[in-house]
Design a protein around this ligand. Structure first.
Ligand code: FES
Length: 135
């Protein structure tokens, strides 16, 4: 498999590995075809992604995509992060072999799952206060 230098850099020296403690949102996805699994956890402050980490059980491209994705969304608003597409990640990595494009989808899907989880938790926290305010 021929990976470019950027992919190899993020694979051999991945950024933001691990788990955010007391995360505001967590997303885990897997690809049934290859069996790879990716978990993303994030902390949000004032609608910005303050901290984001990943744990990936997968191929080199999956690790590189996870790493690049965390770099791309750190400091971004939740809305901007939610708009990130797998092709954006692959492009930032300088391209991926076609057979490895699904690895970038896994990173985008895991991010989106974590953001959804964050939104769900936030809505659940806000609902009782709104209900009280309305009464
Ligand atoms: Fe499946 Fe890379 S081979 S995520």
């Amino acid at each position: 498999m021929n990976y470019n230098d950027t992919v190899m850099d993020h694979f051999t020296n991945p950024r933001n590995v691990g788990e955010v403690r007391d995360a505001d949102g967590v997303g885990q996805v897997g690809n049934p075809a290859c069996g790879d699994i990716m978990k993303i956890s994030l902390r949000v402050k004032d609608d910005r992604i303050e901290e984001v980490k990943f744990k990936t059980f997968g191929c080199g491209a999956a690790i590189a995509n996870s790493s690049m994705m965390t770099e791309m969304v750190k400091g971004k608003s939740v809305g901007d992060a939610a708009a990130l597409k797998n092709t954006d990640i692959a492009e930032a990595l300088g391209g991926l072999p076609p057979i490895k494009m699904h690895c970038s989808s896994l990173a985008a899907d895991a991010l989106h799952a974590a953001i959804e989880d964050y939104k769900k938790k936030k809505a659940a926290q806000e609902t009782p206060a709104e209900a009280a305010a309305a009464s």
